[in-house]
Design a protein around this ligand. Structure first.
Ligand code: SAH
Ligand code: SF4
Ligand code: F3S
Length: 482
């Protein structure tokens, strides 16, 4: 757990320590000294911005990166104002990659006007050697590149980028190291993501995540629980436990622990009122977990359970380790235990070899399960994954046509499902002032849907009962109950 540091006590004239995290504290102190010089020259503090381009795990990494930058003496600013701009990239689909190149183009013109601007890239996309090569040759104005395994090293790398002239590149192929005790700057005071594991061992045949995030590593329950206790002490009411496949949490620890048992321990922490988690792989979702969710009212009645495809044949090609029937049976078991649960999912359209019949199977599951919402994706070919070299890649026009049909179906159902709680009174965690309607605030129910209702900013961070007066598409308008 990170404790506030007194950086003046660190001797920065000596050699840097070898052990972590002491080494990073040393470099934070070095950066602070650099910042003093900047301040004298410019009569202001240097600004940094971290742009998050990926999933919740990336978002959590960005909070850690911001925490380090703040300790290094920087102020945080919008992307356009940063003296140091760091992109935390994603590479799960090709459009995520294209976005990065777009941003780089724009930054290049900014850097021509302001050569002291420092540009850094990190995250999943940087774990791909061909990407780093392209940036090195085509975007040589970039100052710093690092990957997913060494974000804890930001202070050291930042110091090098600030003081060296050439591009600094430090990408690790893999790691078994988990460096704890680093600062973090949370986006919300009342809710926080908490990593419980890193990496993924599943190798779904379309997916690049195991290659860029490395093998599955679970954090110890003690580290997780003490982080959450500290968060609760800081006023956090809701935690989201994060991992690519939380259902396999703890299996590789020296003393194995099940995810359900971790959840039970988290639910005993005083002050934590809501627990969420992401993502659940259907193949590892245990009855113990369903029971635990049913028993424990702090665990939100929401499961994100990616389906990917409704065709057992395609699921096998995807290496998902479940069939259509098993998925349906699993959702039945979940709903038997928790009839009010909200089920959401991810679906990929146009996986290699997908026929109209396969696609109809997907539509069939969507109609049977009636998801509260679904993220739908066009299959994107990721170099190096087994699916990329499969025959029968689906033509883009066919893919798009199926995608539109799926989206229509998903939205039609979600629209109906989302209204089912109209008239009820539900607990809502108030998150922010509503930008569109004066005098209104917005918050989230346990099932993750938003509710907007009249209220003042003092409610932010509180959990209050709200009557769901009117369902409007995918959100509600409500009225607070006193
Ligand atoms: N670990 C999570 C998913 C992480 S990626 C899980 O297994 O559920 C988030 C989503 O992106 C996946 O669920 C999948 O639907 C989608 N996705 C991953 N690779 C993709 C690809 N190559 N093309 C299109 N969508 C993809
Ligand atoms: Fe990718 Fe599959 Fe791992 Fe999810 S479980 S991150 S889809 S390989
Ligand atoms: Fe993207 Fe990496 Fe997350 S590839 S989806 S940011 S784990």
């Amino acid at each position: 757990m990170y404790q506030e540091m007194d950086f003046d006590k660190i001797d920065i004239s000596s050699e840097p320590p070898v052990v972590e995290p002491a080494r990073q504290y040393y470099f934070m102190a070095k950066c602070r000294e650099w910042v003093k010089g900047f301040e004298q020259r410019n009569h202001r503090l240097p600004c940094a911005s971290v742009v998050n381009m990926g999933c919740q795990m990336n978002a959590r990494d960005s909070e850690k990166l911001r925490g380090i930058l703040l300790e290094a003496g920087f102020e945080m600013a919008e992307e356009e104002k940063g003296d140091f701009v760091l992109y935390n990239t994603c590479t799960v689909r090709d459009n995520a990659n294209q976005k990065v190149y777009g941003h780089l183009g724009a930054l290049h013109s900014r850097k021509k006007k302001n050569p002291s601007l420092k540009i850094a890239l990190c995250g999943c996309m940087m774990q791909e050697p061909k990407v780093v090569e392209r940036i090195r040759t085509t975007y040589s104005f970039v100052d710093l590149i690092f990957g997913t395994h060494n974000i804890f090293k930001l202070a050291e790398l930042l110091y090098r980028a600030l003081t060296e002239k050439k591009m600094v590149i430090d990408v690790w192929e893999s790691t078994d190291q988990i460096v704890e005790e680093l600062p973090s700057n949370r986006k919300y005071p009342f809710k926080s993501g908490v990593n419980i594991m890193y990496g993924c061992n599943n190798f779904c045949s379309y997916c690049i995540v195991p290659y860029v995030r490395g093998r599955e590593r679970s954090r110890s329950p003690q580290e997780i629980l003490s982080e959450i206790e500290k968060l609760a002490g800081d006023g956090v009411k809701e935690v989201m436990l994060l991992g690519q496949n939380v259902n396999s949490y703890g299996k590789t620890l020296k003393e194995p622990v099940s995810f359900a048992s971790l959840l039970r321990q988290v639910s005993q922490i005083e002050g934590i009122e809501r627990i969420r988690f992401m993502t659940s792989h259907p193949k590892d979702l245990s009855d113990e977990l369903i029971e635990t969710m049913g028993d424990c009212n702090k665990i939100c009645r929401h499961l994100h359970l990616p389906l990917q495809s409704g065709s057992s044949r395609i699921l096998q090609q995807m290496n998902r380790h479940y069939t259509k029937e098993q998925y349906l049976e699993l959702t039945r078991r979940i709903r038997n235990c928790m009839p009010d649960i909200s089920l959401t999912t991810d679906i990929i359209v146009g996986f290699p070899g997908e026929t109209e019949e396969d696609f109809q199977e997907t539509l069939d599951v969507v109609r049977q399960v009636r998801f509260d919402s679904a993220f739908t994706f066009l299959y994107s070919k990721r170099t190096g994954t087994p699916a990329a070299s499969m025959e029968d890649q689906v033509p883009e026009a066919v893919m798009k046509e199926r995608f539109d049909r799926l989206l229509q179906e998903v939205q039609k159902i979600a629209f109906q499902v989302c209204r089912r709680e109209a008239g009820m009174v539900k607990d809502v965690l108030v998150e922010c002032v509503n930008d569109h309607q004066k005098g209104y605030v917005s918050g989230r129910m346990g099932n993750n849907l938003m509710v907007h209702f009249p209220g003042d900013p003092s409610l932010i961070g509180q959990i209050v009962p709200v009557e769901l007066v009117e369902a409007r598409g995918f959100y509600y308008m409500g009225k607070m109950k006193h």
